[in-house]
Design a protein around this ligand. Structure first.
Ligand code: NDP
Length: 496
């Protein structure tokens, strides 16, 4: 790396803090427009080298990085745990899933993206048709703090495997994790094909305006709209992975104890700060009481505290949103069977089970992002589906049923559905991950996630002269009649 290969030194710095203790975890540069532009310029040079490595060379490099992360995953988990407050075990699980995705992306990029032949169709039978998926160049990745490794790696690993260089802007709450990822890439691969720029929202805004070839944004819907508007100025394409308000449906034939366990974990793991976490539960009348009893007894045993299974709320301002949702639910006739109002100044929010909450209240319609869940009784599965589909968000979803899982899943408006499990789709590298509606668009993970960071290049190669010459001014009226006859023969008859 030359001296011009690093973002320019920043005049300003900021600190990341341990949300449980307020202790400083690290000090990081605030990269301004000039520093972001310098990083993108470096990435452009690196992108050439990276692309020229080809699928095999990139795979070998990514395997080295994968091994480096896997060997040092305790170190990464410890740093993540300090910056976010999440329990060490959760941080390890997150790292493990990210490594699994990296392994899949590295080993499948060639199969998914290399040039392949496609049928030229009957009218163009004289042509050989093929398509390949080419890297875009430089991808800007803007990530959130809640899963600061797993979530951005869903873009970073797939963009790199597809042949792009990446400039990553982590959340201001988790800059150390971002720097760790870029540093280990550099150590194992030897080139800054992945770089990190740190700072506040302005640094992210500078990245969207920097002329990168695509922005992969993960964060709130509101910021996603701002990012998209900024990208429109330069016609920079975007992937938006935004918030969710995921529902879990418990059918009358569900294993109720397992459904309750899944609902609680889906709602309170990572202190509820999960884009595809469970925020609403709809339970069939016949099993409602049994489910609620089970959920309440399990939730009452769970405590948010330092060193506990439920950590602090990472972002202080989020506590106000959670408090508002709970207060509004209670003011409108809801009841908290576990947990309740959040005390002023609290950094830990206790797991909270809310019932009798009106369907149009904030706790049911807006993303809460805390360890809370609303539970509602439904008279039928039709009602459960209608209510599950009834928010502006549509990210993930969950169904518990022994017999009707697939039938219910197929009627849910969501990017993903887990049946008799929870958030299981996120850990399966072959499945695409992303939302519709206010949850965003575009996909990370799987073959779709690789193609998201490419553009298709189509080639039509003439193999022999066509029987009827169509694309020439020498075309005759007789040939036009022949064409009409062929099309009537091919498509004007038969039933399908
Ligand atoms: P934010 O929208 O606040 O921030 C996301 C990222 O955007 C941060 O790095 C932030 O920087 C940056 N940013 C802020 N303003 C701008 C701007 N004008 N231009 C460019 N970048 C900007 O989200 P959170 O970090 O609070 O993350 C939580 C949200 O993420 C939740 O809504 C959650 O549902 C969603 N999410 C979605 C996932 C999915 O895959 N669908 C997965 C995980 C989370 P800074 O932090 O420095 O302000």
């Amino acid at each position: 790396m030359t001296s011009t290969d690093a973002p320019a030194p920043a005049a300003q710095t900021f600190t990341s803090l341990d949300p449980a203790t307020g202790e400083v975890v690290g000090t990081h540069p605030v990269h301004d427009v000039a520093a972001v532009d310098a990083a993108v310029a470096t990435a452009r040079r690196q992108a050439e080298w990276w692309r020229a490595l080809g699928f095999d060379g990139r795979k070998q490099a990514l395997v080295r990085w994968r091994k480096g992360i896997a060997r040092r995953m305790d170190e990464l988990a410890a740093l993540m745990s300090r910056e976010t407050g999440k329990p060490r075990g959760d941080a390890l699980l997150e790292t493990a899933l990210a490594v699994d995705h990296l392994a899949w992306a590295a080993s499948h990029a060639e199969k998914v993206l290399r040039r392949r032949s496609v049928s030229p169709g009957l009218l163009m039978v004289n042509q050989a048709a093929s398509v390949e998926y080419r890297p875009l160049g430089v991808v800007g990745v803007i990530g959130p703090w809640n899963y600061p490794v797993f979530t951005p790696m869903g873009s970073i690993a797939y963009a790199l495997a597809a042949g792009n260089a990446v400039v990553f802007k982590p959340s201001e709450y988790t800059p150390g994790v971002g720097e760790w990822l870029a540093a280990t890439f550099r150590e194992t691969v030897g080139r800054p094909v992945l770089q990190v720029v740190t700072g506040y929202g302005e640094t992210g805004a500078a990245l969207t305006a920097s002329g990168v070839d695509k922005i992969a944004f993960t964060g709130s819907t509101a910021t996603g709209k701002r990012v998209m508007a900024a990208c429109a100025e330069t016609l920079t394409p975007v992937v938006i992975e935004a918030g969710g308000k995921d529902a879990l449906i418990v059918a009358e034939d569900a294993d109720v104890a397992e459904a309750a366990e899944a609902a609680l974990w889906g709602a309170a793991a990572n202190a509820g700060q999960t884009c595809a976490g469970v925020e609403r539960v709809y339970v069939h009348d016949r099993v409602y009481d049994e489910f609620l009893e089970e959920l309440v007894s399990q939730a009452a045993r769970l405590e948010a505290r330092p060193g506990g299974q439920v950590g602090p709320i990472t972002m202080p301002s989020q506590v106000d949103i959670i408090r508002r949702h709970i207060d509004d639910a209670l003011a409108r006739g809801g009841r908290a069977l576990v947990g309740g109002p959040v005390p002023e100044g609290a950094r830990f929010v206790q797991p909270t089970v809310l019932v009798d909450v009106p369907e149009d209240s904030a706790a049911v319609q807006e993303e809460t992002f805390g360890p809370t869940v609303t539970v509602a009784r439904v008279a039928s599965i039709d009602e459960a589906i209608e209510r599950a589909n009834g928010t502006r968000y549509a990210l993930g979803s969950t169904v518990f049923s022994k017999e009707q899982g697939m039938a219910i899943a197929e009627r849910l408006r969501a990017g993903m559905t887990a049946i008799n499990g929870v958030i299981s789709f996120a850990g399966i590298p072959t499945l695409p991950f992303g939302g519709v509606g206010d949850s965003g668009f575009g996909r990370i993970h799987g073959p779709d996630g690789l193609r998201e960071f490419t553009y298709p290049h189509a080639i039509a190669r003439q193999r022999f002269k066509p029987a009827i010459a169509l694309t020439t001014f020498r075309r005759t009226a007789r040939e036009e009649r022949q064409l009409a006859k062929v099309v009537r023969g091919l498509y004007g008859r038969g039933r399908s």
